[in-house]
Design a protein around this ligand. Structure first.
Ligand code: NI
Length: 228
């Protein structure tokens, strides 16, 4: 399931992040890649311990904690601290799959995070660069994603994906992984669809007695399918 989460950042947060990232210290992105992906990765990235990455990462996590669509779609258990990258001058990232487990070394001992979901949050507007599409392969085929600044795409960590060459301008984004309370993408999708339907019915018919029963079904499925 691919989910587009609109307006994760408000205009002030977005302007602040863009201004700070304009002066960032970009390093070679191969530093955080696994063996296979290092062969095809060609971009700039902030070091994980760069104070700017830590500061803006916290801002993003705070914004996500207020976002009900993100929460309903991801059902987050543990979020790996956000990383930041930039593609410019023809840089790209060839087809690859992300490592299944990432170790958050800011925790002692390092905390393993299973990458059930991958996320990309865009900081550049689509008309500020040419190319730079995130191409995600799933069972329904190939999806090309290029979102407005401040928007986020959530996709299964199990998907093959790539970023096409940025031939003009700069594509700046944050990316991160998360372990979900629900490991299975298919089950998480059922819960998300049920949640969206319940929210919509609540808005339309707030006193519908079936809402109690449907909410019960939602929570009982979550209880049955969650790993905690
Ligand atoms: Ni990747």
């Amino acid at each position: 399931m691919l989910v587009h989460v609109a307006d994760v950042l408000d205009a002030n947060e977005l302007a602040h992040c863009r201004e700070r990232l304009a002066h960032a210290e970009w390093k070679d992105g191969k530093r955080t890649a696994g063996y296979q992906s290092a062969q095809v990765k060609n971009n700039g990235q902030l070091a994980e311990n760069d104070p700017l990455a830590i500061e803006l990462g916290a801002l993003i996590l705070d914004a996500l904690s207020r976002n009900t669509t993100f929460f309903a779609a991801a059902l987050p258990h543990t979020i790996y601290p956000p990383l930041f990258n930039r593609y410019t001058g023809g840089e790209h990232f060839g087809m690859h799959i992300d490592n299944a487990i990432r170790y958050d070394r800011r925790q002692q001992p390092a905390l393993p995070v299973r990458t059930d979901l991958s996320a990309t949050l865009f900081f550049a507007e689509p008309d500020e660069y040419d190319g730079g599409e995130l191409v995600i392969e799933d069972t329904y085929g190939s999806h090309r994603v290029k979102l407005p600044a401040g928007h986020l795409i959530l996709y299964p960590g199990s998907s093959l994906h790539k970023v096409t060459p940025v031939t003009h301008g700069a594509r700046v984004a944050s990316f991160f992984w998360l372990q979900s309370l629900v490991r299975s993408d298919a089950q998480r999708r059922q819960l998300f669809e049920l949640d969206v339907a319940i929210q919509s019915l609540t808005a339309r018919v707030p006193d519908a007695p079936e809402l109690v029963s449907l909410t019960g079904v939602y929570h009982n499925l979550l209880r049955a399918w969650s790993d905690v």
